[in-house]
Design a protein around this ligand. Sequence first.
Ligand SMILES: [Zn+2]
Length: 256
Amino acid sequence: MTAIFPIPALRDNYIWALHDDHHAAVVDPGDAAPVRDWLNANGLTLAAILCTHHHHDHVDGIRELAQVYNVPVYGPRQEYIADVTRAVGEGDFIELPFAGVRLSVLDIPGHTRGHIAYLGEDFVFCGDTLFACGCGRVFDGSLEQLHHSLRRLAALPDATRVFCTHEYTENNIRFALLCEPGNVALQARQISAQALRAEGRPTLPSTIALEKATNPFFRCDQPEIMRNVEKHLGHALSSRDEMRVFAALRAWRNTF
Ligand SMILES: [Zn+2]
């Protein structure tokens, strides 16, 4: 299994480091210092930087790292990020020979209009699009794009490990339980997430299977969720099609 390590950064970010015994590639370095410290402490050399979207907490460490290590910097073709040297998009592949890894690039817009994911054999770096038990807000993308992108991620194999950028899991679970209090898998997830956080450990990675079982944004077809969305709104939805439920859920989460 490919080794992927979480480097904590900023307030609640993880900079994921895919590595072997000598080299590492990092995803979304919003800060250079913790990456340099981690590389130095482990005697590793940086081999590549991967970036999912343009938000500052994902890109602000790139310049300093790229100057020190002179490595390729991959980022989304549809967004302007000053230090990206290799713009990529849907259908492109990235080889990380040191780890024997080939990543494919998926366009998953919505949170931002050019957001991309990096998909490996059994893992995905999905930035701020899909979170453990939640999803990103819509900034410069659209709600329809976000919904479509989440459906694409939901269609990945169940065992796919999900590496998102923020430790938002406990709060997301609290919201999910308002939407679907009767979901036994969700109740169990709350207990395990609380235990991990009490030990100071990340709740990530998740898996696509776990998200399908517990993430309300993957479960807009569930009657219990529809009922609770309508209860929150104080009136019935004009239709219970998935996109409408999804939009209502996302709006509710914004006020939570
Ligand atoms: Zn973001």
